[in-house]
Ligand binder design. Structure first.
Ligand code: EPU
Length: 418
């Protein structure tokens, strides 16, 4: 296992390029299983979650190569429809294979995904939605076993907006017998990216607000040109949090500012002057940060996936800030670790109150999940002295070369085996 060592405080200066989106790449790669063909997907980040998805597809029978950020995948020989416990346990997002396998084979067996460090994560909406569209599921020995009836299609209204739930139902409906209409769908840019990928292959999907209509097709077409995944808005937002800290001077490039409106508002709220280009964001941080209130919610509201990183900014803001976590109410596992740096944070159910302090001091911290790890990294970069972050594999699940990117901005950061 590796740990990260960070010598702070760091003043970061320069340009950082954003990688392709993790949460787009995963469903798009899963979608290649829906119809046996050869696909090229570009701008795929080299992160461990992508490797896990490729391993899952290989276990099912796909063949792939992954050079630079291009995945070439041949899914014609996929013949299995089971996502095993070992892979689903490693990466909860493996559940997006469920809809693709149901769509292709009319059956799928998925290890029941449990909770994880960010809380209890039910899949009841996937199940109810599949059932409404003609796919029944039984739970057998820890596995969800789904079977498709002769009568697929229809409508389903999500009781709660769910990103992978929406993606699964779309995937299962492309080859349905009749039209499908899904209401109250998630509108995250990653859902749109999946729709764009499927549409580029001839799927007939229209999205109007939270309603998605799928007119079934009997097959998909061969890919005419490679599909390029959108930039990772959460990686960009993580660097935006860093760029909002006094003394830093960071230009974020190869990103999609339109996908980051609420995060940009948060950066401006703490006092940054933010300048937007077509694909770039430059930030001039304030010398003294303002306190703000943030409420997480489904897109376009402030993303839960940036809550922890912005908390690491607010711990240094004057006055008291408040964060209300509405998506995963227990997603505060980073709080205890940030307190080790001297942060003053109190928790009351899903609300964190943060009283800004003037400075942070070094600590040895434990990463617990992907975004929490990023917040510890931001905290450590602001703290004086040598901090350590253990279990860095959590960070490697979703950030491509983050230590190299930070080093090129001037951070003193390195890895050590432990
Ligand atoms: N929910 C239910 N029932 C369901 C599904 C979801 O109650 O059947 C609830 C969840 O418990 C949560 C809310 O609905 O309270 C939203 O969860 P959602 O299903 O949207 O989350 P997800 O699809 O499992 C994706 C991202 C997460 C991100 C969430 C929220 C992927 C692969 N994962 O997860 O990303 O936090 O949406 O935006 O797209 C990350 O990248 O670090 C990450 C955790």
């Amino acid at each position: 296992m590796e740990k990260l060592i960070i010598e702070g405080p760091s003043k970061l200066k320069g340009t950082v390029e954003i990688s392709g989106s993790k949460n787009s790449s995963l469903p798009i790669l899963a979608a290649t299983a829906l119809f046996g063909e050869e696909y090229t997907i570009k701008n795929v980040p080299r992160i461990s979650d992508v490797h896990t998805m490729l391993l899952l597809l290989e276990t099912l029978g796909a063949e792939f190569s992954f050079y630079s950020n291009d995945v070439h995948i041949d899914t014609r020989k996929i013949s299995k429809w089971e996502a095993p416990y070992d892979l689903v346990k490693t990466m909860r997002a493996s559940v997006v294979i469920w809809g693709a396998l149901l769509g292709r084979f009319g059956k799928a067996k998925i290890s029941l995904p449990g909770g994880c460090a960010i809380g209890d994560r039910p899949v009841d909406q996937h199940l109810k939605g599949f059932r409404a569209l003609g796919h029944d599921t039984e739970i057998v020995s820890g596995y969800l076993e789904s079977f498709t009836s002769n009568n697929t299609g229809g409508s389903y209204r999500f009781e709660i907006k769910t990103v992978t739930g929406t993606e699964n139902l779309i995937l299962a409906s492309i080859f349905a017998k009749s039209e499908t209409v899904l209401y109250n769908c998630a509108s995250e840019p990653e859902v749109l990216d999946l729709i764009n990928f499927l549409s580029s292959l001839g799927a007939k999907i229209t999205k109007t607000g939270g309603t998605i209509k799928i007119v079934p097709v009997s097959s998909l077409s061969k890919q005419n040109e490679p599909y390029c995944v959108i930039p990772d808005r959460i990686e960009a937002g993580t660097f935006l949090a860093l760029a909002s800290l006094p003394g830093n001077d960071i230009e974020i490039t190869k990103c999609a500012p339109d996908d980051l409106v609420s995060a940009i508002e948060a950066a401006e709220g703490v006092g940054s002057v933010v300048k937007l280009g077509d694909n770039s964001i430059s930030t001039h941080p304030a010398d003294d940060l303002n306190s703000i209130s943030l409420d997480t919610g489904p897109y376009p509201l402030f993303p839960t996936d940036l809550q922890a990183q912005f908390m690491s900014v607010l711990i240094l803001a004057g006055g008291t800030s408040k964060i209300v976590e509405n998506v995963f109410p227990n997603r505060f596992i980073h709080v205890a670790e940030l307190r080790k740096l001297g942060a003053k944070i109190s928790l009351d159910a899903n609300i964190a109150s943060i009283v800004g302090v003037r400075g942070l001091t070094r600590a040895s911290m434990q990463a617990s999940d992907l975004r929490a790890s990023a917040s510890l990294l931001i905290g450590a970069l602001s703290a004086s002295g040598r901090s350590e972050i253990h279990r860095v594999y959590h960070l490697d699940r979703g950030y491509e070369s983050i230590d190299n990117k930070l080093e090129s901005l001037g951070a003193k950061i390195w890895r050590k085996n432990e």
